[in-house]
Design a protein. Structure first.
Lengths: 259, 263
């Protein structure tokens, strides 16, 4: 099992000056907290009209760490010939693709997203959906990208029986609304990162590991927007065996990816 | 030593049947993190009988009574006296009474804007009794939010500037809103310290806080997410802060701004 972060980024963030944006910094943090591999997005593509150039830049930015950093390109299903970007991702060996319907001004479970869902499902490629990049309370006044609605995750899962979704930065109510709004077979196709779920004293994460199931969660830090230490602290505050910790840090992802 | 300057407890009047579980969870997590002292408040009835941020005088009394009981039962708890400034006579008498009973600070949540002159007697009394005021803040509040009359750093700074002898703690830098706005404000207001609590864990928030204010103005706290608080402490330990600076954040600054002998 390799400890894997499915929600890391490189690059500048459009709405505030980040203190660290490089792959080198990301690698240093991963080494520090024990993360072996990261699935990496490129933050500037969040607002680019066409993600293709940003996707190419992402590959350049992380090229120095082929065994550690895997590019997760963006696909914008509202653009003409978006299939070419999806094909490029597949040919590059991407473990998943990212899509930001709120920032692409797309209905998050509308026709464009459903076509993307079908295409990625046919290709066997998971889709990374981000519930929120930043806490809505701190966003720039011109950052009008809304949080992903939980209903869109349910609708997308139901739209194609082979679609698999990695949903990052969801909190307890979001996870519960989706999980208990799907059949058990449908829920198996969703994997959640646990970094935005509260630890003690509310202990939302401990609860969800019991009610939703430990197999449904994996690591996604949000670096370099967010520190990785909080996700690790959440695990250290759980009463779980080392084997269960291993599942949360990468074992579940490997099992889910192979299924 | 590790002092959590922003903790909360619940009581049987808090409207939650799991209140004991939550209190126990705070102690258990605190032990694992290494927290030596929880400086806590109880926000009235937590909405059960009056709003969380607009507690009735009755609920203020009960909450402070309950906190005194907790302080007596647990040596690691210290207390902030909660008040609602809209009931100013009650607030003033409550502060005097609770400090006499051993509380070491005042908690102002979001019942009245921080720059309102109604708060002046409270700020003056805090200065006279040498107890800090922990003030709930919504960073760069651009509008009113439901359920609270939140203040931002600029509004707290106006109060602090009128009372330079009083020490203020700007609550939860990671607690929501544009934290960069608060750092910019507080830099020029030396009698305001910032607590790092809240669910927000932005890398640049921590690094900028250190750069802009320096370790001598930062306090460690958890509020209602102890996991993020521990994460921030761990990050600070490797972010270039010296051992002396870390000690200031962990406990040194708290020792300076709370009454002598509080810890």
């Amino acid at each position: 099992m390799r400890v894997t972060d499915i929600a890391a980024f490189v690059g500048e963030y459009p709405y505030r000056e980040l203190t660290h944006t490089s792959a080198d910094w990301l690698i240093r943090q991963m080494d520090r907290v024990g993360i072996e591999r990261a699935w990496v997005g490129y933050l500037p593509t969040l607002l680019h009209r066409d993600p293709a150039a940003g996707n190419a830049r992402l590959h350049e930015e992380i090229a120095g760490y082929p065994g550690r950093l895997a590019a997760v390109p963006v696909v914008h299903p509202g653009l003409p010939r978006w299939e070419q970007d999806l094909n490029a991702a597949i040919e590059a060996g991407a473990p998943a693709v990212r899509v930001y319907p709120s920032y692409h001004a797309l209905d998050p479970s509308g026709p464009e997203m459903r076509v993307l869902a079908a295409a990625t499902a046919a290709a066997g490629l998971p889709v990374v959906l981000t519930v929120r990049i930043e806490d809505s309370r701190q966003r720039h006044p011109l950052d009008v990208g809304t949080d992903l609605p939980a209903s869109s995750v349910r609708n997308l899962v139901r739209s194609d029986s082979e679609l698999r979704l990695l949903v990052t930065h969801a909190d307890r109510p979001f996870v519960e609304e989706v999980h208990f709004g799907l059949t058990p077979r449908e829920s198996e196709r969703v994997l959640w990162d646990f970094s935005w779920i509260w630890g003690p004293p509310e202990n939302h994460l401990a609860l969800l590991l019991t009610t939703v199931g430990i197999e449904r969660f994996t690591l996604g830090t949000g670096m370099p927007l967010r520190i990785p230490d909080s996700a690790m602290a959440k695990l250290d505050l759980l009463d779980i065996a080392d084997s269960e910790r291993g599942r949360l840090l990468g074992g579940n992802l490997e099992t889910w990816s192979a299924s | 030593m590790l002092i959590d300057v922003h903790a909360h407890f619940l009581t049987e009047s808090s409207g939650r049947s799991d209140w004991r579980t939550l209190n126990s969870a705070r102690f258990e997590a605190g032990a694992r993190i290494g927290i030596t002292v929880h400086v806590a408040s109880i926000l009235g009835s937590w909405g059960a009988r009056s709003p969380v941020y607009f507690p009735s005088p009755d609920d203020v009394d009960r909450a402070n009574d309950a906190l005194i009981e907790l302080m007596r039962a647990h040596r690691e708890i210290r207390g902030y006296c909660l008040v609602n400034p809209n009931f100013i006579e009650h607030a003033m008498s409550e502060i005097a009474r609770r400090i006499d009973q051993g509380m070491i600070g005042i908690k102002l949540a979001a019942s009245r804007r921080a720059d309102d002159f109604l708060l002046d007697p409270i700020a003056r009394l805090a200065g006279q009794r040498r107890v800090p005021i922990l003030h709930h803040v919504w960073h760069h509040r651009r509008r009113d939010w439901p359920g609270q009359e939140a203040s931002d750093a600029m509004e707290l700074a106006l109060l602090a500037e009128r009372h330079p002898e009083t020490r203020f703690i700007l609550a939860h830098l990671g607690g929501g809103g544009d934290w960069a706005h608060s750092l910019r404000v507080v830099r020029e207001t030396p009698n305001i310290w910032i607590d790092l609590s809240g669910s927000g864990i932005d890398v640049d928030m921590l690094e900028r806080a250190l750069d802009v204010l320096g370790a001598s103005r930062l306090l460690w706290g958890s509020d209602i997410t102890m996991d993020t608080a521990w994460g921030k402490l761990r990050y600070l330990e490797v972010s270039g802060a010296s051992a002396a600076e870390l000690d200031l954040i962990r406990f040194g600054n708290a020792r300076q701004i709370f009454p002598e002998g509080a810890f």
